[in-house]
Design a protein around this ligand. Sequence first.
Ligand code: NAD
Ligand code: UDP
Ligand code: UDP
Length: 322
Amino acid sequence: MARLYDNRKRILVAGGAGFLGSHLCDRLLDQGHEVLCVDNLFTGAKRNLNHLHANPRFEFLRHDVCFPLYVEVDEIYNLACPASPIHYQHDPVQTTKTSVHGAINLLGLAKRLKVKILQASTSEVYGNPTEHPQTESYWGNVNPIGARSCYDEGKRCAETLFFDYHRQHGLAIKVARIFNTYGPRMHPADGRVVSNFIMQALRGEAITLYGDGSQTRSFCYVDDLITGLVSLMETGPEVTGPINIGNPAEFTIRELAELCREKTGSESELVHRPLPQDDPRQRRPDISLAKTVLDWSPEVALSDGLDRTIDYFKKLMAAARH
Ligand code: NAD
Ligand code: UDP
Ligand code: UDP
């Protein structure tokens, strides 16, 4: 449904009230597009969108992507899915439904409208990886019946559906494999490591290292990630992905804890808690493909990104006190 008079598109962002989705809405609106944000507010928050409601090019629709959706748009981003382990394990059946039924409905919508559709997939499709760093050609090491499986296998099945709609129906698809991303608007209580450590440090509570803290992750600042997603969407139909988007700088969880403590000036002690089941030992994206195909690589170092995130959580805490 191309507009006749200008390059402005009407873009659907499913999961747009969440952490990444709300930043994506911002970016697309900044580019002059219209945004239809669809979200059931399971883990997303209206406060992430408060600044957008006055924008006449922004529209919010409360809707669960497990159900069919009939709207008219020019492009679709599918980010609808809880992303933090405590949230996606809260109702695991619903998590798989969201990934699988949500993908089917949005792919059906894209097929009817003949528009591009991007899937927010995840490094979790690599499971507990035996290859390091992870390239897109690695098939992964995933437990199909564990506590994380609802998320990992749901996302893997969504990738399958995207590629089958591409092969069977000629749909223009884009699959981004997103690695751990952090920044302002993460939910302070969503249990992910960056928000947990910053909140614990700011409150002077003990910082909880799961296991011995020697497991690694690579942390991408949200602005970099959004640039990567939008660049992927802008590629021609020959680019389908999957393509890793993340920051290859790798840190142990203990290093992250120490950095958060140092940056907040906190005296919180580090304590150990049991390591969750199937917690990946190591994770780092090989981003050669993103560099070549998208001419993209992250620009914000962890130290700078943490400063901005700490600032956000400080303001959130101050607002809660008033
Ligand atoms: P988030 O939990 O903040 O956002 C997810 C959004 O989806 C929320 O607003 C939630 O309300 C919405 N949602 C959930 N189920 C829905 C449903 N059935 N119908 C409609 N909306 C629904 O998480 P996020 O970090 O912003 O993640 C966004 C996407 O990116 C997710 O698909 C996630 O799997 C993927 N991803 C994120 C990361 C990361 O580090 N942040 C890493 C890999 C992949
Ligand atoms: N669908 C939707 N919006 C649309 C078109 C389809 O939500 O505009 C849903 C529809 O409910 C269907 C799913 O997407 O269950 C898959 O659509 P597809 O056309 O691939 O399959 P079919 O309708 O043939 O089962
Ligand atoms: N983690 C931790 N303490 C916390 C929260 C998480 O040590 O309070 C660890 C967790 O065990 C994992 C890493 O930090 O090894 C990243 O966890 P997160 O839930 O943020 O993301 P994911 O495991 O999905 O990469």
